[in-house]
Design a protein. Sequence first.
Length: 339
Amino acid sequence: MLYGPTNEELITEIFRASIKSYKSLPQSLYHIQWKFRDELRPRFGVMRCREFLMKDAYTFDLSDEDAVKSYNKMYFAYLKTFKRMGLTAIPMAADTGPIGGNLSHEFVILAETGESKIYADKRIFEIDTRNFNLDDSSLEKMRNEFETYYAVTDDKFNKGDFDKKVLQENRLITKGIEVGHIFYFGDKYSKPLNASVDLQGGKKISVKMGSYGIGVSRLVAAIIEAKFNNNIMKWPLSVSPYEVAIIPMISKNDNSNLIKSQKIYKELIKHNIDVLLDDTDENISAKIKKFNLIGIPYQIIIGQKSEGNIFEFKEIDKESQNLSIDKVVQKLTKEKSSI
């Protein structure tokens, strides 16, 4: 049995067997699956291991110009996706390696435990992508703005270029985790594998291709590195398995807090809020410490000071406030809608 490290050839064959006319373009195909590699130095949990989950996408276009437009759309889709996860990713010009082509970028999250050394102009973080337009010319202009600022990993680093292009006060030298990589390689695969489409006059033309990968399981490690601080882990709301944890103080002789917790649980579920209730009789201080490590972003703490319908509510890394369950629902609903 053979395990392919990437699937350009196979996906090209699927396209060749399925798509015949230029009218069917552009096309984008993707899959998410487990991959395997003979990793010599597996370490850092899911950061670098022999088995990992990957998302691979592939685009097919009629011309180089259209293919670069598809590339730009993926480029900014990646930036937007990482932003929704609470991560700031730097797009960096990268070597195409064995996949080939003449255009490639990798997306790197800053982290001291990262394997890639980063050399960058700090001003790249000031680019505002919140309200960029999705039309092709705007995406090209925005990508060019990113490429104005120096940002490379150590395999493309040139000290002379770095010193010349980046002022001393703007220089950033740190480490990062690669979480995504995109490539444009034209007809490198489509031409030898006969992946072509028929034009209007009957002429055949090889399609232009790009491939786009995200290390899904590696993102878990990247988020932990970015969001763990002072013994508190805070999962971004967009990826947290639960949105709020209910943490009641429960004693063997008094179950009133448990009853309150169950009522709150049902109310939150009714409003489509994902909630985890800790109904064990563990010491409440130990519970809070445990949930600070688990990282559910919001907590409702029901202790001795809880009175009536007012409870202690807090974002895991901020000060608590006393709120009614209605106010909690309003706040969580608002936070979810802003993702």
